[in-house]
Design a protein around this ligand. Structure first.
Ligand SMILES: Cc1cc2nc3c(=O)[nH]c(=O)nc-3n(C[C@H](O)[C@H](O)[C@H](O)COP(=O)(O)OP(=O)(O)OC[C@H]3O[C@@H](n4cnc5c(N)ncnc54)[C@H](O)[C@@H]3O)c2cc1C
Length: 386
């Protein structure tokens, strides 16, 4: 097979890039090691910032998002006894959208189907070759067991944190940063109408709790737990009781309902030392990940897609490599802003450390509740104005 760009991974990064390139008349081939059903049903992100919504609009996959998504003007922050609304629209004139990653993935898949773009699912033995030359290639075994080779001009590593692209870069560990947090999130999806109009982020002495949603009938909720805890220790009753306690405020009640999915995820911040090696470019979770507190993972992926897409358009259409060569610097500047914001939200809202740390967190939140400059800063970072 021959193409201009070989894309490894058919998650949000891979398919957004595929659609962006197609819109600009650039060919790409996408390979993915999981099945389409598996990728479409992976429950993850649910909140889109302005630039991600703009990108989806631009590549023609925002119709259902605009019809079925929920536009939110802000978020609630909470400490015991006090819930404060931070209104982004009033503060800076921007909003965010609640729309599940599962839905985005389906919309992207359908857009690929409509355009006749084949995606090679369930491939194995993916290997990258000659990435520092002008003729890199990717080999793999297709789902029927046939050995395949893609010859291309550029490889986009959109294969997430565990994929082969980053690992293929010599010396990538140098300059890579990782922070593993001493807590995880127990996340549940529940068939019950949300008990709130906008997301609630609650700091409680027993740990962080969060109320999000996927629609007006489905709630998404999270609890700070030990990352090594076993989900079997958490009955549905125990989860609802802990959520109700950590999010309690006078006059408000958490509605409960059937839990349809529950799991525990560990939390880490990671920034790869390199996002580029010759003609290989890392995009999205392949190059960086953040704890989900700032709702930034998928949004950062959209940001990378925009930067790499612009560079590739100049490269293939104008024979100008300047923007492509600037990809790593442009992406990293945003990645570090997002990494700081996600770390800040995480550190402020999760219980960790001793009573001194607790008092500092409470002081910071109380200050934020009163201080418009701090609220504006939070709003700008949350909606992705950088
Ligand atoms: C519980 C949870 C909640 C989250 N909440 C939010 C949120 O609210 N907002 C937000 O913005 N982000 C959130 N995120 C993060 C977000 O889901 C990710 O940042 C996003 O999925 C990144 O997209 P990606 O395409 O870069 O990587 P991925 O989604 O990981 O996709 C990578 C793809 O590459 C494939 N792959 C891996 N290895 C190979 C291989 N060898 N060959 C071929 N393909 C391969 C994988 O199967 C996968 O399909 C959350 C994540 C989790 C886990």
């Amino acid at each position: 097979m021959k193409t201009q760009v070989a894309i490894i991974g058919a998650g949000p990064s891979g398919l957004m890039l595929n659609r962006y390139l197609a819109k600009h008349g650039i060919e790409s081939i996408v390979i993915e090691d999981r099945s389409r059903d598996y990728v479409e049903s992976r429950i993850r992100a649910g909140l889109l910032e302005t630039q991600a919504v703009n990108l989806l609009e631009e590549i023609g996959v925002s119709d259902r998002l605009k019809k079925e998504g929920l536009e939110h003007e802000g978020i609630y922050l909470q400490i015991p006894g006090e819930r404060k609304h931070i209104n982004f629209k009033d503060l800076i004139g921007y909003t965010v959208w609640v729309y599940g990653q599962t839905e985005i993935q389906r919309d992207l898949d359908h857009a690929c189907d409509a355009a006749g773009q084949e995606i090679h699912y369930e491939v194995t033995n993916v290997e990258l070759h000659n990435t520092d030359s002008e003729n890199p290639s990717v080999t793999f075994v297709d789902k029927d067991g046939n050995a395949q080779k893609i010859e291309c001009a550029v490889i986009a590593g959109c294969d997430g944190f565990w994929g082969p692209s980053r690992k293929s870069i010599p010396g990538v560990e140098v300059g890579s940063f990782e922070r593993v947090y001493p807590f995880g999130w127990l996340g549940v999806m529940a068939d019950v109408a949300p008990s709130t109009d906008e997301l609630i982020y609650a700091r409680h002495p027993d740990g962080f709790a969060m109320h999000s949603m996927r629609s007006d009938k489905v709630s998404r909720l999270y609890l700070q737990v030990d990352p090594k805890d076993d989900i079997a220790n958490w009955s549905d009753d125990r989860i609802w009781s802990e959520l109700s306690k950590r999010m309690a405020v006078d006059g408000w009640e958490l509605k409960t309902g059937p839990i349809t999915e529950k799991s525990i995820v560990a939390m880490r911040s990671f920034v790869s030392g390199k996002l580029k090696h010759g003609r290989l470019f890392l995009v999205g979770d392949a190059g960086h990940i953040v704890p989900p507190t700032g709702a930034k993972g998928l949004n950062s992926a959209a940001n990378d897609v925009r930067f790499l897409g612009e560079g590739l358009v100049d490269f293939f259409k104008k024979n100008d490599a300047n923007l492509l060569n600037a990809y790593e610097d442009r992406a990293k500047e945003t990645v570090w802003r997002v990494t700081h914001f996600s770390w800040w939200m995480t550190s402020m809202l999760h219980t960790m450390g001793d009573e001194f740390d607790n008092q500092l967190q409470l002081s910071q939140l109380k200050h934020l509740f009163k201080n418009k400059a701090l609220q504006t800063n939070l709003a700008e970072n949350y909606v992705g104005i950088r």
